[in-house]
Ligand binder design. Sequence first.
Ligand code: HEM
Length: 111
Amino acid sequence: MFLAKHGAPLISTEWATSVQNSGTKNEEDRGAFKTPTRRDVARTAPYMHDGSLKTLMEVIDYYDKGGTPNPHLSSDMRPLQLTEQEKADLVEFMKSLSGEMPAFEEPKLPN
Ligand code: HEM
């Protein structure tokens, strides 16, 4: 499980649960969240652990400004200064991660 701190807007009860969410119970993991899959992400709005971001463009804007400043924000998080074209491209890329599951045939087990 990959944990990351990107400074999602946390409210007081979430500060408590985010330590549990990290699964480690270590104080230094407060504010860390499991990185969710991007598979089918265009179909799974709203986004983030608290559903605070309604669209993929809102997610991009959120990253573009470097997350929400808070004491647990990773120092690796910083404003990206993406152009409008880059933001639109990232949204289109994430849309491309949705699709039909490949056909699956149950294998025949040997007797
Ligand atoms: C511009 C680059 C990035 C894009 C486009 C992106 C996209 C997304 C999206 C769409 C979500 C919401 C997923 C959902 O709620 O189902 C998300 C959440 C998340 N991402 Fe990113 N991501 C980026 C960079 C990163 C990086 C660099 C990290 C870690 C080092 C990261 C870690 C996470 C984590 C931990 C969450 C869950 C946050 C929460 O539950 O509040 N992301 N990201």
